[in-house]
Write a protein that binds this ligand. Structure first.
Ligand SMILES: O=C(O)CC1=NCN=C1
Ligand SMILES: [Zn+2]
Length: 424
C-alpha cells in the first residue's frame, strides 16, 4: 500500500453489510453488521481498510493520507444499488394521471395503445442525444439520492434499431457518468402496434433478429420480459428466456405484476437470477423462487403509484427464505420516481420490511440481482469504494423521515462525486 488516497473518519454509524457472500435470505436479510466510531481507508478505487477508526488508523500508520473526509458522526452505508429501472426513454405520461384517477386499470390503458406503447412512440421519435440528455438528468437524481449502480432496461424501441439505440445510450452513460449502469435487453416489453394481433411474429422477431444482434453487439448482460396477462404469455416468455440463456444472457422476468399467470413459477423453472414485481405471487410462486434461489425484486413505488390495493408479499418471501431486493422501477408510467429513499419508506410501511432488511435489499441483495456482488454491495477490503454518507445518525431515520433527501456525500470508486447534497 503506497498511500491512502481517501480516509473517511468519524463515522457515527458505519453499516458495512459484511457477511455471507451469497444473497441474504430469511434472518440473514436483517444482519447488516453495524460499527460505531468507524472509518474507511481507500486506495484508488478500492477499500483497503474498514472498521473501528482506531484499528483502521493503526493499520494505515506511516502511510501518507492524501485526502480526509470527516463524516461528522453520521450514518454511512455502501452505495445503494437500483436493480430494476427503465432509465432510457423518451417523453412522459402525466397525461395518463386523470385516467388513473378515474380508475382505468394499467393493462386497460396499455390495451388501448397507451402506457408502454405511448412511451414507445416518444422513444422511437427521440434521437440518441435527446434520450441521453433525458436519462442523464434522471441518473444525476439517482446519484443524489444515493444510487451508485443502476440497472437499465431497453424495451421502449420494439424494433431492432430502436432497441439498439436505447442500449447504446445506456452504454454511453455507463462510460461517461459516475454511476455504473448494468444493461438489460427487454425487447419483449410489449407487442408494438405494427404487430397488433400478430404477437407470434413479433416473438419470432425477438428470437431470430433482436436477441442474436444485441448479443453480437455486446450491449446487454441480461434479458428480461413482461410476462403478464395480455402482454407475453408464460409459453412466449419461456421461449424468449430459453433462447436468451442459450445465447449467454443472464435472465430476469417481470412476473405477477398485475395478475398471477405463473411468472414466478417460470422464473424458478428457468433459474432466473431475479423475478421482479411479484405483487400477485402466491405460495406456490414463492416456493418456486425459493427452490431456484431466485432473488425477488420488489417494487413498492409501483404498487403505490398504480393505486393497487395489494403489495408484493415481501414478508412471506423473507420468512420463506427467498432473498429480497428492492428497486424504484423508475419508468415514465408505473413508477416515475428516481428516489430509492422513497422506496425505503414504502418498503417499510407497505411491505412491512424493517430498515435493516431494506438496506440489505438495496445493497448486497441488489448487487446479486445485477450479478455484481463480488465487487459492490458491501464495504469490505478489496471491494469497490462506493459509499454514501447521510445527514442522519441511524438507519431507521432514513425511511422514518420521508419526502426529503438525506444524502450528504457520495463516494464512487474512491472519488467524492456528491458533497453536501450537490453533484461535484
Ligand atoms: O409502464 C411502463 O412504462 C413500465 C412497465 N413495464 C411493465 N410494467 C410497467
Ligand atoms: Zn419494470
Amino acid at each position: 500500500m503506497k498511500q491512502i488516497d481517501l480516509l473517511i473518519y468519524n463515522i457515527g454509524c458505519l453499516v458495512t453489510m459484511q457477511g455471507s457472500p451469497k444473497p441474504r435470505a430469511g434472518t440473514e436479510q436483517s444482519k447488516v453488521h453495524m460499527i460505531h466510531h468507524g472509518a474507511i481507508a481507500i486506495q484508488g478505487e478500492q477499500i483497503v481498510a474498514v472498521g473501528i477508526e482506531e484499528e483502521v488508523r493503526k493499520s494505515i500508520q506511516g502511510l501518507t493520507v492524501v485526502k480526509e473526509l470527516d463524516a461528522q458522526g453520521c450514518l454511512v452505508t455502501p452505495g445503494l444499488i437500483d436493480p430494476h429501472t427503465h432509465l432510457v426513454h423518451g417523453g412522459s405520461r402525466e397525461h395518463e394521471l386523470d385516467l388513473k384517477l378515474k380508475g382505468v386499470p394499467y393493462l386497460e390503458i396499455l390495451a388501448q395503445g397507451g402506457g408502454i406503447l405511448n412511451t414507445v412512440q416518444a422513444t422511437r421519435k427521440a434521437t440518441e442525444e435527446e434520450l441521453c440528455l433525458q436519462a442523464k438528468r434522471s441518473l444525476d437524481l439517482m446519484l443524489l439520492f444515493g444510487a451508485t449502480t443502476v440497472e437499465a432496461k431497453s424495451g421502449y424501441g420494439l424494433t431492432l434499431e430502436d432497441e439498439v439505440k436505447q442500449l447504446r445510450v445506456a452504454k454511453q452513460l455507463h462510460e461517461s457518468h459516475p454511476v455504473d449502469i448494468v444493461s438489460t435487453f427487454m425487447g419483449a416489453h410489449a407487442v408494438p402496434v405494427e404487430y397488433k394481433g400478430r404477437s407470434e411474429e413479433y416473438v419470432n422477431l425477438v428470437l431470430e433478429e433482436m436477441l442474436p444482434e444485441v448479443k453480437r453487439l455486446g450491449l446487454a448482460e441480461f434479458c428480461d420480459i413482461f410476462c403478464e396477462h395480455g402482454v407475453f404469455s408464460v409459453e412466449e416468455s419461456r421461449k424468449i428466456l430459453l433462447k436468451a440463456k442459450e445465447l449467454g444472457f443472464k435472465i430476469k422476468i417481470h412476473a405477477d405484476e398485475i395478475e398471477s399467470i405463473g411468472g414466478a413459477e417460470l422464473a424458478g423453472e428457468l433459474g432466473c437470477i431475479s423475478a421482479e414485481h411479484l405483487l400477485a405471487t402466491d405460495t406456490e410462486g414463492i416456493e418456486a423462487l425459493k427452490k431456484a434461489g431466485t432473488i425477488a425484486v420488489c417494487l413498492p413505488a409501483t404498487s403505490f403509484n398504480l393505486r393497487l390495493q395489494k403489495h408484493a408479499p415481501a414478508r412471506d418471501m423473507i420468512e420463506s427464505g427467498v432473498p429480497v431486493a428492492l428497486s424504484t422501477d423508475y419508468n415514465p408510467g408505473s413508477s416515475p420516481t428516481e428516489s430509492l429513499q422513497l422506496v425505503m419508506t414504502l418498503a417499510c410501511l407497505n411491505l412491512r420490511m424493517t430498515p435493516e432488511e431494506v438496506l440489505t435489499a438495496m445493497t448486497i441483495n441488489a448487487a446479486h440481482a445485477v450479478g455484481k456482488a463480488d465487487t459492490i454491495g458491501s464495504l469490505e477490503v478489496g471491494k469497490q469504494a462506493d459509499i454514501v454518507l447521510y445527514n442522519a445518525t441511524n438507519l431507521a431515520y432514513l425511511p422514518y423521515h420521508f419526502g426529503i433527501n438525506h444524502v450528504h456525500s457520495v463516494v464512487k470508486k474512491g472519488n467524492i462525486v456528491v458533497s453536501e447534497g450537490k453533484l461535484i
